[in-house]
Design a protein around this ligand. Sequence first.
Ligand code: DON
Length: 585
Amino acid sequence: MSPISVTKFCEKNVIKRNQFNSIVRGLIVSTVFLLFTVQTVLGQVGVPRSYENGMVVSADQIASDIGKDVLKQGGNAVDAAVATHFALSVTFPVAGNLGGGGFMVLHLNNGTQQTLDFRETAPSQTSQEDYLNSSGDPNGRTRKGPFSVGVPGSVHGMITALQKYGTMPLDLILEPAIDIARNGFRLNYQQARRLNLSRNKFSKYPSSDLFSSSEEDSFQEGDLFVQKDLAATLERIAQFGNAGFYRGITAELIVKQIQKLGGKMTLNDLESYESVWRDPIKTSFKGYDLLLMPPPSSGGIAIAQILNMINEYDPEDYGWNSADYIHLLTEAEKRAYADRAYFLGDPDYVAQPTPLLISEEYARDRFQSFDPRKATPVDSVSHGDVPFFEESMETTHFSVVDQKGNAVSVTTTLNSAYGSGIVVGEAGFLLNNEIDDFAVKPGVPNQFGLIGGKANAIQPGKRMVSSMSPTIVTQNGEIRMVLGSPGGSTIITTVLQVFLNVALFDMNIQQAVAAPRVHHQWRPEEIYFEPFALSKKEQFELYIRGHKLKERDSYVGHANCIYIHGNGLLDGGADPRGLNSVSGY
Ligand code: DON
């Protein structure tokens, strides 16, 4: 910091020069202490669990074990991923689901690299007007109640992936999930607590009775949680495949539930739902090749853009979470999130300049305004100039690698915790509230503070833009990392930081996942950071450059990742922010 800016800072904050000096001395002492603490914490949580053959890392121990058992029985990574997903729909109802949607990225040992989009769609009878009041302002229906529900995609996605790349029959894959739904499982402390925290959401809907509790009779750790209706729904899926969910009894129960509450989903919406295979977004960074999710996820484009913008620099020399590093990263994030808000939407509805957005030239151009000493005010950051463009809190991630060298990265969501809170009566599963991921009105933020425009406006049958970023990283053709996280708008920056922690700072995957994180999403004009993510000295440095900073009381993401060594050894990185778990053999 130059003597002139010290003088200005003192004047602005009405402090004397000697007071300033003692503050700086205090900051240095506390920084050394903080770095020591972080080092110690990282040292303790930083030992990955390793296995030689196959691995599943998910948000729940039972689900990870079910996936691992499939691998041990000779199933491949896709078989295990599908089994893990259905198990999470039973044991992790806060986000695991039948009534939501998501994305899958695959890298198979025969070189196949693909992504599957099973994002929800807006029901055919809804329109933007359903979500605005007479003054043209949002009426709250995107987030709550029957209008918030998108047509679910998860079941279609899982069955489609299994049919194309799996090796085991669906009914066998579903057996363990059906068993734990029918016979119950013991709630852990977090599951009981989360259910209790959402009691007001469930109490609005009689069909959600099983999840509902009262102050006097709350869920406790160790309670046996039995879901007979869900078991019956899973059995119908095991017997009839997609038709067991999108047609017949289950479809009728979904439509009955939504229409009873005044919503507009139809049997035809369910029958015509399709998941879509899409080409991955590909980018390279310092010797790593990344396989990323394309739109309607914004994750792939945003991560590629940010990496391209910082690629011209040598952030590995700056030091982990130093002011220089965080300044570089957040300035790139601002520009990528501004582009997200303007350009991105469902690729089947709006044209988007994807190749240009992820090109190195565009990144160079976009980052020309970057000043290493000064934050760019967000008002002066808008979307990039794209001349040829024609306009036309809850998620869960799991990573799987099998013995044969196949990798699968899956993120799925109901959007908010327990989605809309609406359980489909007699079918036992929760419906999403994904409509809130659309831009209900230009400039009006959704629950994650994200804004959007025309490209992400609500239209019948359209998919809403997502931040979910399942990712696979290879190096010289070998799979190196399988990455992903929940966390709404922070998913993108979480996946990015886990990758960079390994790629730039040589952390092992458990350290990379555990390390405290920092986030910027263009608007609001704030760097969010987790406790211990930034020392007082780095906070001060960033403040002097013009950044606004806010310590976040909630976590930034819950990453569940795998690192594969050159000799094939698998390291699991389960996020200690929750009861995420590694299972392998
Ligand atoms: O698709 C999205 O970007 C959001 N619906 C994800 C929601 C989420 O991650 C909430 N979890 N923490």
